[in-house]
Design a protein around this ligand. Sequence first.
Ligand SMILES: [Zn+2]
Length: 234
Amino acid sequence: MTFFYPADGFQSCPLCGGKVPASSRYPRALCVQCASEATDENGRRLTFGNVDATGGLQVRYADTGETRNRPFCYVRGVKCLAEEGRFGGYVIQPIETHFKLSPGCWYGWEMSPGYLDDGKPYCSPILVRSVRRVGRRSDRLHVRFWNVLYADGVQDFEKRLHVLERAPDRLTAAIDPGYGPDRRAVICEIDFRWIERHCPNILRSFPVSRCSPSAHGSVSAYLTEVFLCSGSPG
Ligand SMILES: [Zn+2]
């Protein structure tokens, strides 16, 4: 990390780590640069300002100047809320509903292109072991995980992920950008339906009915039992 801002005077932009004047009222305010990238849900660029000298938030489409009646916007895939600043102007902050990776949790991993020449993506449940930011940006991650359907003995993966998009239940990331083949992964919340759709062999090799009762209603308990207690499926 190159920059450390003084504790007084500045805070970090939650999306890029850039410098933002400190505010206890708006601790997660976006920096000017990130705010300038805001778009609507269809990618149309938005601009923000006040209705008049007395304030009031005004959101407009940058291309037509037409006003928009919704205060929501998106910056690099993160849903944000724009509001009128207490002392005029405007403030944009992320809404904390976007998908986050947590250590110790299972996720679905869908990588494109896959490892084979058949053009199909590679899919596997993964168990995330650690997640850390690279620098101060929330869209640059270093993730360590068990890639449980990969070859035995080499399932311990470490990847740099460059997050391209976050939705409530998934994120899309470029894998190790700049190194090796150009690959992307969609990492999502996992459930039995995801396994059935993307990795049906797991359920065939390890029917839920033959697992302990705790694995019946919990996909995490099921995956832990199958992959961490009894080895990999054949
Ligand atoms: Zn920023």
